[in-house]
Design a protein. Sequence first.
Length: 152
Amino acid sequence: MNRLQQLVLELESFVPYAEKINPSVSEANVGWHIDHSLLVINQIVKAMDMSDPEAYQYHFNFKRWIAFTLKKFPRGVAKAPKQVRPVEAFDADKISASIEHTNNSLAVFTTLQPNQFFVHPFFGKLNQKAALKMLTIHTAHHLAIIKDIIKK
């Protein structure tokens, strides 16, 4: 959990670059990647909090196994689902509230039962341990994109 919390802090450090864009790296600007990453964490924790741990059952998933083994996601392969796409333009005035909401979500995450879960569109049902791994990889993925946008 500490690693994910560190990544959220790192996301916050890129707020001054929110308007920066580089189409050769991503069609979206830095602010979009920050918002998206926070939205993903918040939506997943909310779904897990409402889940029934009795309904969880592990099933092997090859795509999950590859991503979790490599600890990375390939770029440009998948589009973000509608519910985790920022709908408004990035607003630096609202980012503090978004970060606070995400920190509250992470606090809720630590209280979840091990088999509370959410259903990922590619990886299937992910329990608490797998969800933490996925969120860490996902956030690091978007931080790498942000760094590449800024670098170029």
